[in-house]
Design a protein around this ligand. Structure first.
Ligand code: NAD
Length: 294
């Protein structure tokens, strides 16, 4: 069995450090603040649950949280206006935009409006572009979480073979770019990649972010590999119960990598670290704001 990359434990460590940094900022007279924009509509249920959780997490860490609920029927211009107002407000350190936006709105355009220094989800093209420059402080949180998990195993990334399954803008592509920045030899796979099993089975580091339950099987895993499972898939078990699984067939892959390998579980893996990294980005944005103009 492989060793577990414990996301809950890692997240708790990140949160402890954040709480300390929030206190230091308070001593300097800075109240760290995150503002979230939520456009009400048919598909806002998940965003609302997420927003409530976020309010609690902020409050636990001493971060002020403001939710801006824009009523159903608002236009893209209204959303743009709100984002610009938050950009201009010196009390707001961090901005996030809940997705999905209504179909009529251009998500890319709205994300592009968020001031890069306040863009704690790392969705503004400037922040995504900065990853290529090796500056990933406000990069997409899930990608940062994956890197943090890999680093926690102390694997030597330089020259290692890394395979990233999935190439979305918020997970697969930034993870691949960050691994390249660490001088790994990176193969990016998508649903059209041929002989993916053969590629995966040579990987020292394997990141699964396809959204396909149980995609990565025993034969895909190299003994001693580091496996990070990003997938969050809701499936119905044989007994009819619903549960959350990742993209990796955990038991068999854990067996395949053996005691020298590392594997992250789902749930309790990338998810909690992603949430903690968002908070870390909020604090980093507040700290950087204090140094603006230096
Ligand atoms: P996406 O749908 O935007 O992209 C999926 C990618 O996987 C695409 O590049 C696609 O080509 C590739 N893919 C699909 N099927 C494949 C296959 N059979 N073989 C190889 N590649 C395949 O997905 P996303 O937003 O990047 O999310 C991926 C998964 O990660 C989902 O399960 C999602 O729920 C999860 N996720 C988790 C977190 C977290 O914090 N833990 C955050 C974001 C996404």
């Amino acid at each position: 069995m492989g060793r577990i990359i414990d996301g809950k434990e890692l997240a708790a460590t990140v949160r402890d450090r954040i709480a300390h940094r929030v206190q230091l900022l308070r001593q300097l007279g800075v109240e760290v603040r995150l503002d979230a924009v939520l456009v009400c509509g048919e598909s806002d249920a998940a965003s609302r649950v997420y927003a409530e959780g976020q309010r609690r997490r902020c409050s636990d860490l001493g971060i002020e949280y403001q939710l801006h609920e824009l009523p159903t029927g608002v236009t893209q211009r209204d959303v743009a206006h709100r984002i610009r107002a938050l950009n201009a407000d010196p009390d707001v350190h961090a901005i996030m935009l809940h997705l999905p936006l209504p179909d009529a709105m251009d998500t890319y355009r709205m994300q592009s409006l968020i001031a890069p220094g306040k863009d704690v989800e790392g969705v503004n093209p400037a922040n995504i572009g900065n990853i290529i420059h090796g500056r990933s402080s406000l990069a997409p949180c899930t990608a940062l979480a994956v890197m943090r998990m890999i680093e926690s195993t102390r694997v030597n990334l330089r020259g290692c073979r890394a395979v990233v399954i999935g190439a979305s803008n918020i997970v697969g592509k930034p993870v691949a770019a960050m691994l390249m920045d660490r001088e790994a030899t990176v193969i990016s796979c998508n649903e059209f990649t041929s002989e993916i099993e053969a590629l995966a089975s040579q990987a020292d580091v394997l990141v699964a972010a396809a959204g396909v339950p149980g995609l990565v099987k025993q034969a895909w895993a190299k003994p001693g590999a580091v496996i990070v499972d990003v997938g969050i898939n809701r499936v119905t078990a044989e007994d009819g119960t619903r549960r959350t699984v990742g993209d990796v067939a955990f038991e068999e892959v854990s067996d395949a990598i053996g005691p020298d390998g590392w594997i992250s579980p789902v749930p309790g893996g990338v998810g909690p670290v992603t949430v903690a990294i968002l908070m870390e980005n909020v604090v980093a944005a507040a700290e950087a704001e204090g140094h603006a103009g230096e």
